[in-house]
Design a protein around this ligand. Sequence first.
Ligand code: ATP
Length: 244
Amino acid sequence: MLEVDGLRKYFGPNEAVRGVSFRADKGEVLGFLGPNGAGKTTTMRMITGFLPPSAGTARVCGHDVGTDPVAVKRCLGYLPENAPAYDSMTVTDFLRFGAGIRGFRGKVGRDRVDETVVTCRLEQVRHQAIGTLSKGYRQRTCFAQAVLHDPPVLIMDEPTDGLDPNQKHLVREMIQDMAKEKTIIISTHILEEVEAVCSRCVIISHGEIVANGTPDELKAQSPSGTLAETFRMLTLDKEGENHG
Ligand code: ATP
């Protein structure tokens, strides 16, 4: 479903991503973990075709992002960090606008929007302007925009960042509901989130993958058997800093 092969990114002399390779299959929720500045967002932006890699490639549903970015965008949904939305539009209008851009028109478009409103639990606010929504509803509206076309691959950058515990729980439930039919990658700093929703996780530090396994396999790598300790052992350098 998703194959990432030797991705690299230089920003001037700074090599932010240093040869990242991994794959994810249908039914997996892959947690992408790492300290601030480790290269998670840069990797996600390269996979989704929003940033050209300096080297390497990503294939989504068999399409190479370098040679066929349109096909890649068709089969993935991307929820960026601080996703943009039009504050003056209502939730329904924003989703209809997104449906139109993706080629869903007339009744087909309206049906897609109605289904997505239910999936993302937005019924109560569907006629409300986005600028007046609480953070939880706003985030779920952006989530809805990312899954409107029912993509087989979903990539989400810190999808629960800044949400209260109830809203976090709701978003995690939505991710789990979709997980069976899709390949999902979420980046997060929240280790409990990994244990709650991820079937596997990749840890990235200084632009390189330092671990790739199930949450239980990673926990077993530390003396205390916790993900937090494994994360610290793998991502803190000798001075105890992560240079994020
Ligand atoms: P965080 O958890 O804080 O969101 P991250 O793991 O997503 O961090 P990235 O945002 O991918 O990390 O950043 C990786 C490195 O690349 C950092 O050193 C960052 O400063 C640098 N970087 C990212 N985008 C750019 C850019 N457009 N221009 C220059 N440097 C950049």
